[in-house]
Each structure stands twice: as structure tokens, then as C-alpha cells.
Design a protein around this ligand. Structure first.
Ligand SMILES: [Zn+2]
Length: 262
């Protein structure tokens, strides 16, 4: 039993919003840290960033060279949207994972979603970057997003609920549950790190987490190898889905209440 738990507990490091404009000093520090502990993270690269939120960071004109270097190290490069512009609002949390909020994909007709995925993939191809997985900005998907991805040969997504990677709609999902970097006592899941928002203390906390848990950090291929669709994990997925949706709803209500109070 102990061995079973050990073999089925791990965390995949996913860094979001990788684009030309980043905190490059921080990225260098992270790279040194990952090399020291032989960690191969997943990088969510925006193929054609137009999100002005990132433009206050310094621009790396050799960005695609850098991405190729990361790929050569065995880091997994993943498509993260196309321009990262939210041009639809997902009201009433009607998206697939019930996050709600701004969307680059959810709510658009299939041809628009497909064109964005295709143009992104063309950019990666031109830059000689191999892509096999995707995750959407703000985690907002609808049925058309899944069809658009499959029509473009992408059948792996790093998002979802549950305690183990799973297959649904002929797509492989690697669960991503929390904002914070948390290692659960059991299960396989991915982080989502938004380094654009990090302060010094966030790096220190993350470094301490890595030092303590480096033997539990897995690669993208190791995560894929853990896909399990048995009844027990389906049941756990049902539970975590409902608990997390409820928790987010409650957090939202609390914050709304605070605004009213103030
Ligand atoms: Zn993003």
C-alpha cells in the first residue's frame, strides 16, 4: 500500500504565460533551480502574445532561441492560447470547468477557435518547437475548444479535476487543482505558476518547496503514464470537482460580501 501511494503521488511543474516579455532574472533563477534538482517543467508558451498585462516586463528578442534551448533540455513546451487576449466573457460559469471570467476560446464559434489553435501551431512549427499539449488562458473551454484541438491533432490538456490524469472525450487531461503549490498526500497533479505576479518571497517559498519535495516532482511523460480511468479515480474526480466548484463559489460570495461591507 505504501508503495502504491508513493508511486501515485507527484507534482508536475507548469509555468504559465511564457512569452517574450517576462521577468527574465527570475526565469534564470528558476532555470538554475530546476537544473540543480533535475526538474523538467512544462512551459505554457503564448505563441503570439498581445496581452498588454505582460508588456511592462523586459522583452527578450531572442525568445524563440531560448524556447528551443529549453526544449533541448527536455522541458515540455505546451501551447497556451494564441494571443492571450480575452475577447469573450464567460458568464454564469458556463465553461467546461466552471471557472467563468474572460476567455480567448470559450464562447467563440468553432472556426474562430480552430483558426487560433492552427495559427499558434504554425508559429511553433516555424520555430521548430514540438507541441503535443495545450491549456487555455483562464482555463475556460467549451465543447468547440475540444473539437478544435482534436481537429488540429492535439489530444492532451493540462487542466482538469481529480487526483489522477484521465481520459475523457478522447482527450488526456492532467488535473490542475490549486492556485498555490501544494503537494497532496496522494495523487498526480499539475501546478500553475504565474511568475509575472511573483515577489521575492514567492520565489523563496517556491525554492523551499522544491528543496523539500524534489523527489516528488515528475516529468510530463511520467504524468501521462499515470492515466487511470478506473472507477475509484472517477469517483474521486467527481468528489474533487464538486468540492472545488463549491469552494470557489463560496470564496466568490465571501469577497462579494466584503465589498458590500466596505
Ligand atoms: Zn495565461
Amino acid at each position: 500500500m505504501n508503495n502504491y501511494i508513493k508511486n501515485n503521488t507527484g507534482i508536475l511543474i507548469r509555468i504559465d504565460d511564457v512569452c517574450e516579455n517576462m521577468d527574465w532574472d527570475l526565469m534564470k533563477k528558476l532555470e538554475v533551480l530546476f537544473d540543480k534538482y533535475s526538474i523538467k517543467p512544462v512551459l505554457g508558451v503564448i505563441p503570439n502574445n498581445k496581452d498588454e498585462g505582460f508588456l511592462s516586463f523586459s522583452r527578450n528578442d531572442n525568445f524563440w532561441d531560448q524556447v528551443r534551448k529549453w526544449q533541448d533540455k527536455g522541458w515540455e513546451i505546451v501551447q497556451h492560447g494564441y494571443t492571450h487576449i480575452y475577447d469573450k466573457l464567460c458568464r454564469k460559469k458556463s465553461d467546461y470547468f466552471n471557472y467563468g471570467g474572460g476567455s480567448e476560446f470559450f464562447g467563440h464559434p468553432l472556426d474562430i477557435q480552430e483558426a487560433r489553435i492552427k495559427k499558434g501551431l504554425e508559429k511553433f512549427k516555424k520555430e521548430e518547437i514540438k507541441i503535443r499539449a495545450f491549456f487555455a488562458p483562464n482555463q475556460t473551454y467549451d465543447e468547440n475548444t475540444f473539437i478544435a484541438l482534436k481537429n488540429n491533432g492535439i489530444t492532451e490538456i493540462i487542466d482538469g479535476y481529480g487526483l489522477m490524469p484521465y481520459t475523457e472525450k478522447n482527450i488526456k487531461f492532467i488535473p490542475q487543482l490549486f492556485e498555490k503549490v501544494i503537494l497532496l498526500p496522494f495523487g498526480i497533479q499539475s501546478t500553475k505558476l504565474h511568475t509575472h505576479t511573483w515577489k521575492e518571497i514567492d520565489y523563496i517559498n517556491f525554492e523551499n518547496f522544491i528543496k523539500k519535495n524534489s523527489n516528488q516532482i515528475i516529468t510530463y511523460d511520467q504524468a501521462l503514464a499515470k492515466i487511470n480511468n478506473n472507477f475509484f479515480y472517477k469517483f474521486l474526480r467527481f468528489i474533487t470537482t464538486n468540492v472545488l466548484k463549491l469552494k470557489r463559489l463560496r470564496l466568490k460570495k465571501d469577497s462579494e460580501y466584503k465589498i458590500k461591507e466596505a
